[in-house]
Design a protein around this ligand. Structure first.
Ligand SMILES: *Cc1c(COP(=O)(O)O)cnc(C)c1O
Length: 409
């Protein structure tokens, strides 16, 4: 699909049942339960013989419409919308894992993802194996018959490391292990994870998709191509469904964990989806422009953006994500004190966490997102005291650069 087709597709999915008033946008169904004409119809819906709605923890028309639109844009087999990116990650892992299984991943992870793996999953008898995902040999050595998945972030934050997905998926698939990718940082309109061997994509739709930081959300996008799952509960489903993963997720795990997206959020995120491509294009082009401009400043010791030719991941990033690898960059100043002084002088760029708001946001990761980790843990995760992270918004890029220059003094 080319860019123009995405722009149109993002806007043109109609909803399945005609609204009595002919509403052009899908109504927000604040309904919790759904009524049936007969006990037989009720039985059929509850037993899954029809796909009528029964209860909004399981499905809701507004949320389902959002899922359908993502499905249409990505070409996925199954899409599940949850109430945060963390819910998407935890539901995915709980569907794949079993007690005694292990997960192969890297230490370069979003802070809560790392904590979920090493603290929460551990309590259920799961082992987490860290390796350098840019070295497929290391990954191959870490996988054994109890590995439930290989998990990675397509661009790590704030290290900006990029693994070769095709290489990694070959290693994982050779050993019958699925590759799970957190693709939050580049939306699916710009990066087609399945083309690079990713089996299941997880996304914090809180970021680009919510459309201006309106709401928390998460997506699990299953391409339905992997069926060699090792979890006993998934093996039991093999053959009976195209995707044992999607079946177990929808019929068991997501119902039991109860983290389905709410209809208001689905409405906001459907609107966000409609402008996703345009916002991403503009923000990513501005980010590249700022990365080049920042390199010319003497007080900036280093700029880390995969779109720069001097970046160690430039080639692999270009192959996977194209010329504009997202709208987040990091840069280093001389010291933590210099970082704080600089941030305090900014007038236009906001001091806030989050990524891909319409406004540009700045944060010092070591003292905030990674503030509760020990210095030794931060060092292991390559989170430096001198690094500042910038998420580039929709403002005029000259004014953004002007703000940075005045704050650097
Ligand atoms: C923000 C983020 C998450 C968590 O998403 P929430 O919606 O805040 O739960 C997970 N992974 C990445 C890469 C993120 O940036």
């Amino acid at each position: 699909m080319n860019k123009q087709e995405y722009e149109t597709k993002l806007l043109s999915t109609s909803y399945p049942k005609q609204d009595p008033y002919g509403a052009l946008s899908i109504p927000v169904y604040h309904a919790l339960a759904y009524e049936f004409e007969t006990a037989e119809e009720m039985e059929a819906a509850f037993c899954g013989w029809t796909d009528e709605h029964t209860y909004s923890r399981i499905t809701n028309p507004t949320v389902q419409y959002f899922e359908e639109r993502v499905k249409r844009v990505t070409g996925a087999y199954g899409v599940t919308a949850l109430n945060s990116g963390m819910a998407a990650i935890s539901n995915t892992l709980i569907t794949l894992a079993w007690s005694g299984s292990n997960l192969v991943t890297s230490r370069h992870l979003f802070g809560n993802t790392y904590s979920f793996f090493v603290n929460t999953l551990k309590a259920f008898g799961m082992e987490v194996r860290f390796c350098d995902l840019t070295r497929p040999e290391e990954v191959a050595e870490s996988i054994d018959e109890n590995t439930c998945a290989v998990f990675l972030e397509i661009i790590t934050n704030p290290q900006m490391e990029v693994a070769n997905l095709e290489g990694l998926s070959n290693v994982a698939h050779d050993r019958n292990v699925p590759l799970i990718a957190d693709t939050t940082i580049i939306p699916f309109t710009a990066f087609h994870a399945a083309d690079f061997g990713v089996d299941i994509e997880v996304v914090s739709s809180t970021k680009y998709i919510s459309g201006g930081a309106t709401s928390l959300g998460g997506l699990i996008i299953d391409y339905g191509r992997f069926d060699q799952y090792r979890a006993p509960a998934l093996k039991a489903l093999a053959g009976s469904a195209q995707s044992p993963f999607h079946t177990r997720l929808r019929k068991e795990v997501h119902r039991n964990l109860g983290a389905y997206m709410t209809p208001d959020v689905a409405c906001m995120q459907t609107l966000g989806l409609e402008t996703l491509q345009i916002r991403f294009d503009r923000q990513a082009v501005s980010c590249m422009d700022l990365a080049l401009k920042l390199q010319t400043l003497s007080k900036v010791r280093m700029v880390n953006y995969n779109g720069l030719e001097n970046n160690p991941f430039y080639e692999v990033s270009r192959k996977q994500f194209g010329d504009y690898p997202g709208a987040m960059l990091t840069f280093d100043l001389g010291s933590r004190e210099e970082c704080f002084a600089f941030m305090n002088k900014l007038k236009l760029i906001r001091r806030a966490t989050n990524l891909f708001d319409n406004r540009s946001l700045i944060i010092h990761p070591a003292s905030t997102i990674f503030g509760s980790f020990t210095a030794a843990q931060r060092e292991m995760m390559n989170v430096e005291e001198t690094t500042i992270r910038l998420s580039v918004g929709l403002e005029n890029v000259e004014e953004l650069f002007g703000d940075i220059c005045q704050a650097l003094g």
